[in-house]
Design a protein around this ligand. Structure first.
Ligand code: SAM
Length: 223
C-alpha cells in the first residue's frame, strides 16, 4: 500500500525553517521564476493577490519593482506566513491564514493575482472553481500569473497517471477530499483550457524551464 499522504498544512509548517533554500534547489529553473514573475505585472498595478504565498519568495522581485503595492497573501500554513511577515515588514501586506479554495476573494478588487508553485495539488473541479473566483476578484483587464509545476511536454498520460494514483491513495487510506500534499501536475494545454473556461480572455505561456511553467491570463475588458 502507498504511504499515507501528509496533510498540506503540516507538510509546509514543519518545513518552514528550511523551505526557501530547499525550494530553490528542488524546482526546475531554480530561482529564475521568482525573478521573472515581476515583469508580467502591469505597470499601473496597485493591488496584488498572492494565492499560496508561503514565505513570499516571489514577492522580493515584485517589491523591488513596485515598492508601494498593496499585497493580500493567502496561505494555509501559519509558520510559512510568519517567515513572510518577518522578511517584508516594511511593505504593505495583508495576510490571510486560510484556504484559498474557500476564502472569499471579493470582486473587482485586484489589478493582478499570482500563484507560484501552489496549485499543482488540486483536481479539475477544484481548479475550475478556484480560477473562476480569481477571475471574479480581478478588475477588468486585470491579469493572473500562474507559475507552477506542470507537465512541460503536454503528455496527458502523465497527468492521468497522477490523478489515478491520487484516487488510489484516497481509497487505500479511506480519506475524503481534503487538503493533502500530493502532486498532480497538469499539462499546459489542460491548464490553458481550465483558465479559459473560468472566464479569462487570453491565456498564454510566457516562460518555462522544464516542468516549471508560467502562464499569463487576462480578464476580459468590460463592454
Ligand atoms: C510550494 S509552496 C509555494 C510558496 C510560494 N508561493 C513559493 O513559490 O515559494 C505552496 C504553498 O501553498 C500553500 N497552500 C497549499 N494549498 C493551499 C490552500 N488550499 N489554501 C491556501 N494555501 C495553500 C501551502 O501552505 C504552501 O505555503
Amino acid at each position: 500500500m502507498n504511504e499515507m499522504p501528509e496533510e498540506m498544512i503540516t507538510f509546509f509548517n514543519t518545513r518552514a525553517e528550511i523551505y526557501d533554500a530547499q525550494q530553490i534547489k528542488n524546482i526546475d529553473g531554480g530561482k529564475k521564476c521568482y525573478h521573472e514573475i515581476a515583469q508580467y505585472i502591469p505597470d499601473h498595478a496597485k493591488t496584488l493577490l498572492d494565492l499560496g504565498c508561503g514565505t513570499g519568495l516571489e514577492l522580493e522581485s515584485i517589491f523591488k519593482r513596485f515598492p508601494e503595492i498593496d499585497v493580500t497573501g493567502i496561505d494555509l500554513a501559519d509558520k510559512m506566513l510568519e517567515k513572510l511577515a518577518a522578511k517584508y515588514s516594511r511593505y504593505s501586506i495583508n495576510l490571510i491564514n486560510g484556504n484559498y479554495l474557500s476564502v472569499d476573494m471579493g470582486a473587482g478588487k485586484y489589478d493582478a493575482a499570482i500563484s507560484v508553485m501552489s496549485f499543482h495539488h488540486f483536481t479539475h473541479s477544484q481548479k475550475l472553481k478556484l480560477y473562476t473566483n480569481i477571475c471574479r476578484s480581478l478588475k477588468s483587464n486585470g491579469v493572473f500569473i500562474e507559475c507552477d509545476y506542470m507537465v512541460g511536454s503536454n503528455d496527458s498520460g502523465i497527468e492521468a497517471h497522477f490523478l489515478s494514483e491520487r484516487e488510489k491513495l484516497l481509497t487505500d487510506h479511506n480519506l475524503t477530499e481534503d487538503l493533502y500534499h500530493y502532486d498532480i501536475p497538469f499539462t499546459i494545454e489542460h491548464e490553458v483550457s481550465l483558465l479559459t473556461e473560468s472566464g479569462f480572455q487570453s491565456v498564454k505561456k510566457v516562460w518555462g524551464v522544464e516542468n516549471t511553467i508560467m502562464l499569463l491570463a487576462t480578464k476580459q475588458e468590460k463592454k
